[in-house]
Design a protein around this ligand. Structure first.
Ligand SMILES: Nc1ncnc2c1ncn2[C@@H]1O[C@H](COP(=O)(O)OP(=O)(O)O)[C@@H](O)[C@H]1O
Ligand SMILES: O=P(O)(O)OC[C@H]1O[C@](O)(COP(=O)(O)O)[C@@H](O)[C@@H]1O
Ligand SMILES: [Mg+2]
Length: 472
């Protein structure tokens, strides 16, 4: 990768009573005397009726909203939204959109809303799509995008632009941006993509280009920190219900039936946890954050036997990243390979656990079990987004457009406690969001399934200390 070496210092502004603003870069930070223009939205018939449409330049969004009387005011992010003054004239803008990483419901909606938002709100007519992710910048032609071209795309799953892993070459990408005269870059993708966007921004700044770089966070795993939730997540959880329902029907229709469903979630078990909570038919949910074991007292086998004796059937949901430590130990042909982006390939925990359960009950001839393994992996992410995700995607797209037009750059847009904000890239990429197993949500999940926690009291207190350390 041809990455630049310098990185922009975080822009931290402090105020009274422990107030901190973690601000995002602005084009005027490195280009002096940039002209500004009145925001064309003020003459837009749809928007000019709103009483206070423009966001005050001083508005910020608090990261922590549960506070006590003496708490410091804490970290804030710049509020997203349209500004009175913009740094681009409408006919000056040449925008591009790229989608990277794995698929996620709502990608097409975000693309549609960026194109239509730029066109209808700011009168921008030149928008192109970059094909097949980052490498498309230097290996493919662009696709012209107009409101007409994108009109119906939100009804389709996937991304009309295509996506890819790997292929991030910073110099080649920025050369292509420069050669094509692009001055607004909209980058839709997960943690890897946002890391890539951050280095693109650094290189653009180093070259002193008037190019705004806006990131829109995407991943069905919901593992992006700071933001409330990533788009497509709700749709994926909803779709997962169909697999869980099937597992339930199959298991309750036979003697000692076990329905096992594997759901996506590489490092975080959000999909599995929320799908379990939503369904109420699940008896055990296994996620990467919470270790489990099979044999012996308090283990999975003991629980399965108990549950089958009590209820005659059971449903298990397992996140794909759960129990990987057993698989690398036990499977001799360990596939250590990574994908093109450097993400480790995972072993099939669903298949492994199915075999283990079958072997255990066959070997000990304890009971004749009837196990059905359902793996809906790609089905939950290759679908169009549901209504609430569509609405969410629109707000993300608009937030990104308003930010870029206002001259902000090097930011990811997303809701923080329900208010959309501009978040510096490093805050999004420095860690992954994980299910906190000491939090109430995981406790709710455990209480809905009634499964064992698989922790001894000593392990529990160690885990608590670990999570507290991670929060600070
Ligand atoms: N550390 C990094 N620096 C620059 N580019 C990266 C980095 N990590 C990933 N990328 C690029 O981001 C794109 C998407 O990353 P990937 O991990 O596959 O998906 P996601 O963005 O959904 O996490 C790929 O093209 C990859 O090359
Ligand atoms: O698309 P691939 O390469 O098969 O990867 C599958 C992975 O993509 C995901 O759906 C999401 O990953 P990203 O958000 O990082 O793209 C994971 O849940 C899953 O492990
Ligand atoms: Mg990722």
């Amino acid at each position: 990768m041809g990455n630049s070496t310098t990185t922009t210092e975080p822009k931290i502004v402090s105020g009274d009573c422990g107030y901190l603003l973690e601000d995002v870069p602005h084009l005027s930070d490195y280009i002096p005397d940039l002209p500004t223009y009145p925001n064309p939205l003020q003459d837009n018939t749809a928007y000019s009726v709103v009483k206070q449409y423009f966001v005050s330049v001083d508005d910020t969004v608090a990261q922590k909203i549960v506070v006590q009387k003496d708490s410091p005011r804490g970290t804030h992010f710049r509020r997203a939204g349209p500004r009175q003054k913009v740094y681009f004239e409408s006919n000056e803008v040449d925008a591009c959109i790229v989608t990277c990483g794995g698929l996620c419901p709502g990608l097409n909606t975000v693309i549609r809303e960026i194109v239509c938002g730029l066109y209808h709100m700011y009168g921008v007519t030149r928008v192109v799509g970059i094909e097949l992710g980052y490498k498309g910048f230097y290996a493919r032609n662009t696709i012209p995008l107009t409101p007409k071209v994108v009109n119906d795309i939100h009804k389709r799953g996937g991304t009309i632009l295509g996506a890819s892993r790997g292929g991030h070459d910073t110099s080649k990408i920025v050369d292509s941006i420069q050669d094509r005269g692009i001055n607004q870059v909209y980058i839709i993708g997960g943690d890897g993509t946002q890391k890539g966007a951050s280095v693109i921004f650094e290189e653009i700044r180093r070259r002193g280009l008037k190019v705004a770089v806006a990131g829109i966070p995407k991943t069905i795993d919901n593992d992006i920190p700071v933001i409330d939730k990533s788009f497509g997540f709700d749709t994926a959880v909803e779709e997962a219900q169909r697999a869980i329902k099937a597992a339930h029907v199959e298991s309750e229709s036979v003697e000692n039936g076990i329905g096992l469903v594997k759901l996506m979630g590489r490092h975080s078990g959000f999909i599995a946890m929320y799908a379990t909570l939503a369904s109420r038919d699940v008896d055990c949910c296994l996620i990467p954050e919470s270790p489990f074991y099979l044999e012996g007292p308090g283990g999975m086998f003991e629980y399965i036997e108990k549950r089958l004796k009590e209820n005659g059937h059971m449903v298990i949901v397992v996140a794909e990243g759960a129990g990987q430590e057993f698989l690398s130990e036990n499977i001799c042909s360990i596939d250590k390979k990574q994908d093109a982006s450097g993400n480790k390939h995972l072993q099939d925990v669903g298949f492994w656990i199915s075999q283990k359960i079958k072997d255990h009950f066959n070997k000990h001839q304890k009971m004749n079990i009837n196990l059905k393994y359902i793996d809906p992996t790609y089905m939950i992410r290759a679908i169009p987004s549901n209504a609430s995700d569509n609405e969410y995607c629109t707000l993300l797209a608009h937030g990104a457009i308003h930010g870029a037009m206002a001259g902000y750059t090097g930011f990811t847009v997303g809701p923080v406690n329900g208010r959309h904000a501009y978040i510096p890239f490093h805050r999004i990429t420095e860690r992954q969001n994980k299910v906190a197993i000491m939090d109430r949500m995981w406790a709710r999940c455990l209480s809905s399934t009634n499964q064992p926690s698989f922790f001894s009291p000593k392990q529990l207190s160690e885990k608590k200390a670990e999570e507290e350390l991670g929060e600070n």
